[in-house]
Each structure stands twice: as structure tokens, then as C-alpha cells.
Design a protein around this ligand. Structure first.
Ligand code: CA
Ligand code: CA
Ligand code: CA
Length: 445
């Protein structure tokens, strides 16, 4: 049934951009509009799949679409009612090395994130339901921004003219075209092997017949070199993402960037984040969270219990951190830290194929590879999110971030071995999380 509906949606989407004001319903028999309690002058009903009694209710104003859904779902002649989500045509990506990206699937003996089912059901990531760009900030050693499988997905600050020594968009940063280099405090984004790999997991361009596919095929990656050295470098890096997101919210998307997640794979092993000596870390994560930014953070690549032994940042208490450990294809934790109170979930991090400097690809392993699956998931989930969740992200970004984290932790693929080792007891499941994001705020049938 699901595939038939999906086909119907795709067929309709082919004829033009789907309108998010519209609703798809399945009725018991051929039920006229009037019987559904809808005035003929405010809407029309057209058949999509007649044999299944699936119809499109067209032309409702955005303001009452949620109410209408609720009403229709309560109607005795309605089997179901759903939003008419935008859909892009696609199949498994044609990227030649996709066959080696085990982490994107999910089978009985391969505990990937089930991105394939998510893509097939809900689209391949990129923009939200209101057509806003979605930005994931990669705070790392740097990103090769002209990498052939990344360059199309690198965030561009439209208000900034490069290399003229002027802060054209007046955001406080001179020549910040693709991000900010927190090491040098300038707009020159340098390449880095590790950071380029991380960026490719979040959003290597998918289905371009080249190399690999990221969790998102079309996301915008903001490159922020600034992952190591000292805490001050890291704070400067995060502050760039924070500044851009504030600006985006304040100007209703006219300036700044819609940063929904940062990705961080650095820290201070075994440090006690709750002590006064690390206060700035929690502070910056909380502040970013206030503006709807979740921070996916990699825990240590060593066997340790963060609950008792500490770690910065994955032992920090900010609710806007999603702390990630590394799991292999067998669903078990690799050589990585854990913590039933501190570490939120597992994600695939062993032998992950992604982009690297020099324009090529390579396998890497570690919590650094697990975490961008989660940061990428946050970006992806905003691309499939219901209007209610998308609106919440603008009106109450702090709450949206909390809801998003709840969705991710509440939909993991459960693994008994991770029960005592993580908060959620499982591994990121992009498809299951998508189901929740798609239906957020809608009354259930
Ligand atoms: Ca600027
Ligand atoms: Ca400039
Ligand atoms: Ca590709």
C-alpha cells in the first residue's frame, strides 16, 4: 500500500512542485466534498488513485491545514489523511562507490542507519517544506570545499563578496563566503583530510554518478576549521555558527544561515565537564540550543565510561548535545566510550567510506565517522519534517531542538548490548526517525 501511495505522490510531483497546503486522503467509497464537511468554494477534490479511493484535496489556505487534517482524520468515511509532502524523484543513488557504504542500509546482519528506506520514502535531503536551505556546520580541521563530490553542497554566504576585505553582509565577519576559519580568524577555508571525510558523511552529493552519497544528497555544509588547539579556538568556531543562525532567525531567512546542527569530533579525554574549569563548553552548547542548533558530538575512541570517568564534550550536561559512540556492522560498540547517562546513541563508524582531500575517497573508522551520521540526520530530518515542526523551529527553536533530539533517540534500532551503554539503547535509524518527523504535530489515525 505504502509503495502505491508513494508512486501516486511521485506521479503528482512530476507535474510540478507539490503544494504543502494540499492534503491527500483515502476515503471509504466515493465521498463528495460536502459530506466531508468541506465547502466547495474553498477546495476541490481530485482523484489520484481511483481504485484505492486516494484523492487530493486542493487549495486550502496554509493557516488551517493542520486543523483540516485533524477534522478529516476524525471523519468516519476517511481511512487516512496526510500532508502532500514535496517529493523528489529518485532511486538508490547512482554513485559508483555507494555499494561500499554499508552504513546507509539496514539488514539482519548489517546495522546501518537505513538511509535507503528513508530516501525512498521521504526524499533525499536538502530543503525544508518551506523551501529553506538546511545547513550543517562541520567544525573540524577544515574541508576541501572544491572537492568534486562536495563542492555543490558547500554553503555559500550569498551576502558576502569574496576577497574584497569588506564585511559586505555586516555580520561581523570579513569575507566569510563558505564559513569561518577559527584558527586564523579569517574566511579562508583550508582543506583537511579528517574534516573532508566528516563533511562527506553529512552531505557528499548524492546521485551525481560520482564517488559516494552523504546522508543528505543536497544539504548545505558550512565549513568551520577550528576543532583543536585550544578551547578558545573551539568557542570562536561555534560562535560563527551561532551568529549566523541568530541572524537567520532575526531576518526571517534573509541573512545568516539556517544552521540546524554542528558536528564535532574533538574534545578533552576524561575531563570533568561539570567542574568549573569547563564551564564555557556547556554555556556555548546551551546558547546554540536556544537558537535551534543541536550539536552532535563524538565521544572518546577508547573504552571508558563517560558517566564515571568524564569527557568533554560528551560528558557535558547541555540537553542540546547528542553524544555519539561508534558501532560496527554487527551493531556492537567498537573501541569507543559509553555511558548510560551520557552517551545518547550509537551510529556506524567502522570502515566508513567518504570523501577526503585530493578529491578522492577513503575508508576511516572512529567516533568521528559515527557522529556525522547523526549531525547529517538532524539536517535530513528537517528536510522531511512536517509543517508543524518546521514552524516550531522558527517560532520556538529551542523547543524544536529538544523535540528533534527526542525523535532521534526515540526511534533507534534497539540493540541489547547498547542498553546499558547508551541513553537510547540503540543505533541511529534515519527511516524510523523520519516517520516521526513527517508526522510531528499531526493527530494520529
Ligand atoms: Ca560577512
Ligand atoms: Ca567581502
Ligand atoms: Ca556522489
Amino acid at each position: 500500500m505504502k509503495s502505491i501511495i508513494a508512486m501516486a505522490i511521485v506521479l503528482f510531483a512530476c507535474q510540478g512542485l507539490a503544494d504543502v497546503n494540499d492534503i491527500i486522503i483515502k476515503t471509504r467509497g466515493n465521498v463528495p466534498l460536502a459530506k466531508l464537511g468541506i465547502a466547495a468554494e474553498s477546495a476541490s477534490k481530485m482523484p489520484l488513485v481511483e481504485s484505492l479511493q486516494i484523492h487530493l484535496i486542493k487549495n486550502y489556505s496554509r493557516s488551517n491545514v493542520q486543523e483540516l487534517l485533524k477534522k478529516l482524520r476524525q471523519h468516519p468515511d476517511v481511512v487516512y489523511a496526510q500532508e502532500d509532502h514535496p517529493v523528489s524523484l529518485r532511486q538508490n543513488p547512482n554513485d559508483p562507490d555507494f555499494k561500499d557504504q554499508w552504513s546507509m542500509s539496514l539488514t539482519n546482519n548489517n546495522y546501518g542507519i537505513d538511509a535507503i528506506t528513508a530516501w525512498t520514502s521521504f526524499g533525499t535531503g536538502g530543503k525544508d517544506i518551506q523551501n529553506n536551505d538546511i545547513v550543517v556546520a562541520v567544525v573540524d580541521g577544515g574541508v576541501q570545499i572544491d572537492h568534486p563530490d562536495l563542492e555543490e553542497n558547500i554553503w555559500i554566504n550569498q551576502g558576502e563578496i569574496p576577497n574584497n576585505g569588506i564585511d559586505d553582509d555586516q555580520n561581523g565577519y570579513v569575507d566569510d563566503v563558505n564559513g569561518w576559519n577559527a584558527y586564523n580568524d579569517d574566511g579562508n577555508i583550508t582543506g583537511n583530510y579528517h574534516g573532508t571525510h566528516v563533511a562527506g558523511i553529512v552531505g557528499a552529493k548524492g546521485n551525481n554518478a560520482n564517488q559516494v552519497a552523504g546522508v543528505n544528497w543536497d544539504v548545505k555544509i558550512m565549513a568551520i576549521p577550528g576543532s583543536s588547539g585550544t578551547t578558545s579556538v573551539v568557542l570562536r568556531a561555534y560562535n560563527y555558527a551561532l551568529t549566523q543562525k541568530k541572524l537567520w532567525l532575526q531576518t526571517n531567512g534573509q541573512k545568516g544561515a539556517n544552521v540546524v546542527a554542528t558536528n564535532s569530533s574533538f574534545g578533552i579525554d576524561l575531563a570533568d565537564c561539570t567542574s568549573k574549569n569547563y564551564a564555557a563548553w556547556n554555556d556555548i552548547y546551551n546558547e546554540m540550543g536556544k537558537y535551534g542548533i543541536l550539536s552532535a558530538a563524538a565521544t572518546m575512541n577508547r573504552v571508558a565510561n563517560v558517566d564515571t570517568q568524564g569527557d568533554v564534550p560528551t560528558g557535558c550536561s547541555s540537553p542540546y548535545i547528542i553524544a555519539v559512540t561508534n558501532t560496527g556492522p554487527n551493531g556492537k560498540r567498537a573501541t569507543a566510550a559509553f555511558g548510560q547517562r551520557s552517551i545518547d546513541l550509537g551510529a556506524p563508524g567502522q570502515n566508513i567510506l567518504s570523501t577526503v582531500t585530493g578529491g578522492s575517497t577513503s575508508d576511516l573508522s572512529g567516533t568521528s565517522m559515527a557522529t556525522p551520521h547523526v549531525a547529517g540526520a538532524v539536517g535530513y530530518l528537517y528536510s522531511v519534517a512536517s509543517l508543524a515542526l518546521t514552524d516550531l523551529h522558527k517560532s520556538n527553536p529551542e523547543q524544536a531542538a529538544i523535540e528533534m533530539k527526542k525523535i532521534i533517540l526515540g526511534t533507534v534500532t534497539p540493540r541489547s548490548n547498547l542498553k546499558s551503554e547508551t541513553v537510547s539503547g540503540g543505533i541511529l535509524n534515519l527511516y524510523q526517525a523520519s516517520e516521526e518527523a513527517v508526522n510531528f504535530g499531526l493527530p494520529r489515525n
